[in-house]
Design a protein around this ligand. Structure first.
Ligand code: SF4
Length: 300
């Protein structure tokens, strides 16, 4: 039996709930986003190819070799050397010939820095989808939340990934503009999404987490957390502004309404669902209170 050394990543997208989780790095090499607590207490490190291969061997024992999807962690796997990533992907696919999808988180800046040839090599070696945190398309907000990438970097990195053949899945963070910048956030996010035209748009709603600057801004009153009406109107403005051919998903527990659909076909239906949710809130204070209580969710 292979040595039991398996290093489980602490986070994965909800869509990877049934995937084999494989850690090629630990932590986040950036680790400065103002809303993000994910790897605050993890020292960033690259794991050796040999160590990752050992985890693949261990996974084979425990899965009987039956794996269909894999998620590679932690937050920015493509920072490792291209040849090393290709070696890991080659070993992964050789070990589990049944694999159909291999995905990873990635930062737009890392993608922008990679050569087109490197990205193509990694795609050809079997990494198929990238989950990238856009959060917002607003230059001002991206700067304030210290995302480390402006709209041009977001567009450039994501476009390069798509050109290399990756499926591009973007996260949007509803509420990150606060009450005062909600509409700017929505309009600029739609503008950037239109330029990228990702395969997937996945929305999450901001829930301030302890140990983050956003939580501190909220507590001291310099950031006004948007209420459910603002969040839903923000989401409506984003969808109204989109001219993409993307699958839009509200696949996270933080969201106020199950707004899902393939754009552009489902646009009218999605907007109508938001209008119904807004109407329901306007008639039912207890519903608003229930939704507002979600801002106290922790460890998302
Ligand atoms: S949001 Fe992503 S890039 Fe930003 S600190 Fe968190 S893990 Fe790192």
């Amino acid at each position: 039996m292979a040595e039991e050394s398996y290093d489980f990543p602490p986070f994965r997208p909800p869509s990877e709930a049934n995937s084999l989780l494989l850690r090629v790095t630990r932590g986040c090499p950036w680790n400065r986003c103002a809303f993000c607590p994910m790897y605050k207490h993890v020292k960033f490190e690259k794991r050796s190819v040999q160590t990752v291969k050992r985890d693949i061997d261990t996974a084979k024992v425990y899965t009987n070799g039956k794996v269909e999807t894999v998620f590679i962690a932690d937050s920015d796997s493509l920072v490792i050397d291209t040849e090393e990533m290709c070696q890991i992907l080659g070993y992964l696919h050789d070990t589990f010939p049944s694999i159909g999808r291999v995905t990873s988180y990635a930062r737009a800046l890392t993608l922008k820095r990679k050569s087109p040839n490197s990205l193509k090599k990694i795609r050809d070696a079997g990494l198929t989808r990238l989950h990238i945190g856009l959060e917002t398309g607003s230059a001002q907000l991206l700067s304030r939340i210290k995302k480390g990438a402006g709209p041009d970097t977001m567009i450039g990195g994501c476009t390069k990934a798509a050109e290399a053949g990756f499926e591009v899945s973007l996260y949007v963070l509803l509420g990150i503009g606060g009450e005062s910048n909600s509409q700017e956030h929505a309009l600029e996010t739609a503008r950037v999404l239109n330029q990228i035209n990702p395969d997937f748009i996945r929305v999450r709603t901001l829930v301030p987490q302890p140990d983050t600057p956003v939580f501190q801004w909220w507590n001291e009153g310099s950031f006004q957390l948007p209420g459910p009406e603002t969040i839903l109107k923000e989401q409506k403005t984003i969808i109204e502004g989109l001219s993409v051919t993307s699958r839009y998903l509200s696949d996270h527990v933080s969201n106020y309404a199950p707004v899902n659909g393939d754009l552009p076909c489902a646009k009218t239906k999605m907007i109508s669902l938001i209008d119904t949710a807004l109407d329901n809130i306007s008639k039912d204070d207890s519903l608003r209170a229930d939704l507002e209580s979600m801002r106290y969710l922790r460890r998302l």
